[in-house]
Write a protein that binds this ligand. Structure first.
Ligand SMILES: Cc1ncc(COP(=O)(O)O)c(C=O)c1O
Length: 433
């Protein structure tokens, strides 16, 4: 008898065992409330697409329909359009990656590339090494293939090489099979931190020594505020790295176009898996993006995004310094996220309903761990709200946190207080990013 599913569901006993991790949570209900306009949401990872001048895209869409409709409205290649793959080479060259057109597989967002890589490599019980914390929906994907996600410690410079060595030794001593290391080296989701060049080299060396494939996920690398991050890990190592890119953050997620760059044998399997899943990625979206890249000042547009996000990052950091001066947080030099650390006895997940009542939302740290860690941290996104809303959101958050601290003080409690049912452990909220 299967145990997953909902007992109001007549198909309860029929679901595959791998769906066990795909249950809805009470946090999902809270996020539905949090999407009301009166709530300042610092929770999602939605890019500020209003910053794109619409006429730049209107022209590309119009030309796609008028001039390239015969192919843009048709099925396409399972590997993606050659013309777009050529242009992706130009995008990746900005991060030091030199590859060939044939090395690229276009996917339905990088999320789908994560799913395809998981499908190719993961059997039940396999281990995926990931930063702790890590991207919530990657964890969901790996768990949906019944893999175990084992986190390795990070600091404010990303994954710690020594901790990674120890994690590998520990996992192997337990007789488990490591399939790959999943990492977000630039402007990490959720921590916002960036792995320095020396550490990139060191981690690749550890992976090489231990025959571990690296899955490098890089949606934010071009969204730096002052200085470009170190070149991608794929620029150093071609044979042992699968690299994922996307147009979601530098253009718009609505197109659902991302890509994978993989060593030859893996790439051939990725193409077959892509065809099995979607036949071909959207020809229409690929053609519009190709038209856009060919006609618009896309680098200038990315620069505009950088300016928008830099201003929002600054607003968040200065609001945190004003409102929560005794706390600590990461200082991102690009991307969308700040990681706020709370005193040990505060529980960001238990506090979320009170925050939503106070009209501010964030993502509790627990969402970013497969093992229930992260209660005394939260992810704050600065990508979507305007600077004024960010300042107001942090003001409200400080009221909630200070109220919680005062309450705990009053009752002289030292352990975490949870208002959420125990079965909610490790269940992830539904939000973009
Ligand atoms: C680290 C990371 N990987 C992948 C994705 C998925 O992006 P896409 O829209 O390309 O599927 C996101 C989206 O937020 C992300 O933050």
């Amino acid at each position: 008898m299967q145990t997953q599913g909902n007992n109001m569901d007549p198909w309860y006993g029929l679901y595959a065992a791998r769906t066990a991790g795909l249950s809805a949570s009470e946090v999902r209900a809270l996020f539905a409330v949090a999407s009301r306009p009166e709530v300042v949401s610092l929770a999602g990872g939605m890019p500020f697409v209003s910053a794109i001048p619409k006429d730049l895209l209107t022209g590309a869409v119009e030309r796609t329909v008028r001039e390239r409709g015969a192919t843009a409205l048709q099925y396409g290649s399972g590997q993606g359009m050659p013309a777009l793959r050529e242009q992706i080479l130009e995008v990746m060259a900005l991060e030091g990656i030199h590859a060939g057109v044939d090395d690229i597989v276009v996917t339905t967002g990088s999320q789908h590339a994560l799913e395809l890589v998981a499908k190719l490599f993961l059997d039940p019980g396999d281990v995926v090494l990931a930063e702790g914390p890590s991207y919530v929906t990657a964890i969901t994907v790996f768990k949906s293939f019944q893999a175990e996600v084992v986190h390795s410690a990070m600091d404010d410079q990303g994954l710690q090489p020594e901790a990674l060595r120890e994690t590998i030794t520990r996992v192997r001593a337990a007789g488990k099979k490591i399939k790959f290391l999943y990492t977000i080296p630039s402007f990490h989701n959720p921590m916002g931190v960036t792995l320095p060049w020396e550490r990139r080299m060191e981690i690749l060396e550890i992976a090489r020594q231990n025959d571990i494939l690296v899955l490098e996920d890089n949606p934010y690398g071009l969204l730096y505020f002052d200085q470009a991050p170190p070149h991608a890990m794929r620029s150093i190592e071609a044979d042992g790295v699968i690299y994922l890119g996307t147009f979601s953050k530098t253009l718009a997620p609505g197109f659902r176009v991302g890509w994978a760059v993989a060593p030859h044998a893996i790439r051939e399997k990725l193409i077959l898996a892509n065809e099995a899943a979607v036949l071909s990625p959207s020809s229409f979206s690929q053609t519009v993006i190709s038209e856009y890249l060919g006609s618009a000042d896309w680098k200038g547009q990315i620069d505009t995004f950088r300016g928008v996000y830099r201003e929002r990052r600054d607003a968040m950091l200065s609001a945190l310094a004003d409102q929560l001066p005794t706390f600590s947080w990461t200082v991102p030099t690009g991307g969308f996220y700040v990681w706020l650390r709370l005193p040990d006895h505060l529980d960001s997940k238990a506090m979320l309903p009170r925050a939503v009542k106070e009209l501010v939302a964030y993502t509790p740290g627990t969402a970013f761990y497969a093992d229930g860690s992260g209660r005394n941290a939260m992810r704050l996104s600065f990508c979507y709200p305007t600077p004024d809303f960010i300042r107001e959101g942090i003001r409200r958050l400080a009221i909630v946190i200070n109220g919680e601290l005062a309450l705990l003080n009053e009752f002289q409690q030292t352990g975490p207080v949870s208002t959420l049912p125990a079965e909610s452990e490790g269940v992830l909220p539904p939000f973009a990013g």
